[in-house]
Design a protein around this ligand. Structure first.
Ligand code: 7RM
Length: 659
């Protein structure tokens, strides 16, 4: 695992901070160095200052922090009272009533809507009253399964306003995925829409929701947003139209006083096993961390229009589409559609149409658009842009250069931001006015963050040596727990390396202190930036009767970054071609289209250790036709399996080439 990184990295290009940027940046290099040192030496003082600066508290905290990473019981701003929705909306009203909070751009581009802070306040208050009328109380979990339309933000903020915990499920997830998440969180109310629109296609949100709820007896009410207007079935006793419910309540609803350590939301993310983890974030620490990181990392100034392309069903959408921008009184763009519809210019056209200044997207989208050539970009102006961001997976240096040169016209710094659902906000990133940029590196730790690279024995490794990325010091954005599974929380993140938070990523640091993220070292696959657990896919495959064993691994993919490669042992008599289709359908049905299999390889057996563990290390290599350096195979229960696997793979690859 520990390995020396070659000298090539030492010769990489460095991009200085553009002088135009230095003039207005919130933080320059000198300030970063000074404030970083202060933040890690005096974390309590530092975070108290940030909490006062960025958040409005109904009553002050009694202690800045308690507990430790060692005991995995950190609490921030203990005893403090606040409300997330109040901080996102109400406190800005005096100055921002007529300022755009949300700019919504529809899938087909025929429609856009601007919602001011004043209007948002009215709508959120109304919807909070709708929730109350349906019996939703402080601490209740509310499931939100909506497309990227303003109502998703309204619903999330309405929950926060009355102290309910939102659990947003990505609109692209299947009915089954939705069902497991509703059950795990114990939601009693679901908010959905008739249909979602993406790239000219319609997604049957309500139909999926109906299917999911059939197995969730606790869900008594479903609120349905009429979005596309296509016909759906409404269940008379259970389903309520959003627009009708909104017209029946008034627009006065006080924001509930919440404790800093009360939960704000649950968001499911994939781990090593089949069961997704309900990551639970609390109000005070999360808001402080997200508000201040947003301002400094994206160098947000009043009047800027900011666009994050992530779906609200992922953490990036929560932290840097909704909470970060609105906590700063900013204008956030919400786009319903996809980058390639109606044409590959769509993103750049939206940037021109709404004069976007800050643009935050994922490497998978950048790769896909780069693949189509420069003309789609060059025919747009993009003059409004001043900063670009990247998130979700490592960005390849060539792709970085394209983003910088072609999209940003060599004017805009790129912030390559490393973080996780669990961390709440960005932890490793350049600061645009401070950090000289190295393409492909997420650069330096953010304020209050102390990353380390350690080996298998938990010893620090030298510069340029890869190892496990851990975080040594607590910060306010860290999750509180895994909902309903404290044991798994402790085991996954804190057991192996006591006193530190284990990220599950491998990385190295170069001599200049730049961090280079290599990727996951657990069983998580990032397909187009979406986190998928091998266990989830394997469970789906094993649910097909003709399958006797299955193992999936990640293989590199030009656009998606990684894709899913499946090894399947089928029961005798099963027909290959038909089964392949069945397997793909089953995975899509159980998880969603994002988990589509790249390829299926039939095998006689899987390589296993004597204790029965599948040796994925070997499967990963064989999937990419690397047969020579398979590492230590002596612990295999049946070493001859490897020869069979290689032979099967060679035969299969030959067949593909012939086709
Ligand atoms: C924000 C998000 C987390 C995993 C993480 C990494 C990978 C995220 C970067 C990155 C390289 C980056 N949350 N990752 N950002 N790898 N460079 N800038 O993606 O919970 O869905 O995934 O994503 O492996 O552990 S997530």
């Amino acid at each position: 695992m520990e390995r020396q990184i070659g000298e090539k990295q030492q010769k990489e290009k460095i991009y200085k901070v553009p002088s135009s940027f230095l003039k207005h940046a919130h933080i320059n290099l000198k300030q970063y160095k000074k404030l970083y040192r202060y933040s890690i030496k005096n974390p309590n003082k530092f975070w108290a200052q940030q909490a006062e600066k960025f958040i409005n508290w109904f009553s002050p905290w009694k202690k800045i922090s308690t507990g430790s990473l060692k005991k995995h019981n950190m609490r921030w701003f203990v005893g403090g009272k606040l409300n997330a929705c109040y901080n996102c909306i109400d406190r800005h009203l005096e100055t921002h009533r007529n300022v755009a909070a949300i700019i919504w751009e529809s899938d087909n581009g025929n429609e856009s809507r601007t919602i001011s802070y004043g209007e948002l306040h009215e709508k959120v208050s109304r919807f909070a009253n709708v929730l109350k009328k349906q019996g939703v109380k402080k601490g209740d979990r509310v499931c939100i399964y909506l497309p990227m339309i303003p109502e998703i933000i309204i619903a999330m903020l309405a929950c926060a306003r009355i102290g309910a915990i939102h659990s947003v499920v990505f609109g692209g997830f299947s009915a089954e995925s939705l069902c497991t998440r509703i059950l795990d969180a114990g939601c009693r109310l679901l908010i959905t829409a008739d249909f979602g629109a993406r790239g000219g296609q319609y997604i049957p949100s309500k139909k999926n929701a109906d299917k999911a709820i059939a197995k969730c007896p606790k869900v008594k009410k479903v609120i349905v947003v009429k979005h596309t207007g296509h016909p759906i079935t409404m269940h008379r006793k259970r389903d309520i139209w959003y627009h009708e419910a909104m017209s029946e309540v008034d627009a006065k609803c006080p924001a509930v006083k919440m404790d800093a350590n009360d939960p704000l939301f649950i968001l499911y993310t994939s781990g090593s096993t089949g069961k997704p983890k309900g990551i639970l974030h609390t109000i005070g620490g999360y808001l402080v961390f997200v508000a201040m990181s947003f301002k400094y990392i994206f160098d947000y100034h009043a009047g800027d229009t900011y666009w994050c392309t992530a779906d609200l069903g992922w953490i990036t959408g929560h932290s840097y589409l909704l909470y970060g921008p609105l906590l700063n009184g900013g204008t956030t763009l919400l786009f319903e559609g996809v980058p390639n519809y109606p044409s590959f210019s769509r993103y750049w056209e939206i940037i021109d149409k709404h004069q976007v200044n800050i643009f935050y997207t994922a490497p998978t989208a950048i790769r896909a658009l780069r693949h189509e050539g420069d003309d789609w970009v060059k025919k747009t102006s993009r003059k409004s842009l001043k900063l670009l961001g990247s998130v979700g997976e490592p960005i390849n240096p060539d792709v970085w250069e394209w983003y910088y040169n072609v999209v940003g016209n060599k004017r805009c710094p790129i912030v390559d931001t490393w973080w996780q659902t669990e961390t709440g906000g960005i932890l490793i990133t350049p600061l645009p006015g401070a950090t000289p940029l190295k393409p492909g590196s997420a650069a330096w730790p953010f304020f209050g963050i102390v990353p380390e690279i350690i080996n298998e024995k938990s010893k620090l490794v030298k510069d340029n040596q890869s190892g496990r990325l851990v975080l040594k010091q607590a910060w306010p954005g860290l999750m509180k727990t895994i909902y309903g599974d404290k044991k798994r929380f402790v085991k996954t993140y804190f057991k192996e390396v006591p006193g530190k938070y284990l990220t599950g990523d491998s990385a190295y640091r170069d001599k200049k202190g730049y961090f280079w993220i290599i990727g996951r070292n657990d069983d998580v696959i990032k397909v187009s930036g979406h986190r998928i657990g091998t266990g989830e896919v394997e469970s789906a495959l094993l649910s097909v009767p003709a399958v006797s064993e299955a193992a999936v691994v990640a293989v590199p993919h030009e656009i998606k970054g990684q894709s899913i490669f499946a090894y399947v042992v089928k029961k005798s008599g099963a027909k290959s071609d038909a089964l392949k289709k069945t397997l793909n359908n089953r995975v899509r049905q159980k998880i969603g289209p994002i988990a589509t299999l790249q390829d299926v390889q039939w095998v006689k057996a899987l390589p296993k250790t004597r204790s029965g563990k599948i040796m994925r290390r070997i499967l990963r290599k064989i999937a990419v036709n690397e047969f020579d350096d398979l590492g230590d195979t002596s612990t295999l229960a049946n070493p001859s399996v490897v020869d069979d696997l290689i032979a099967e793979r060679k035969k299969y690859s030959a067949k593909i080439i012939k086709r």
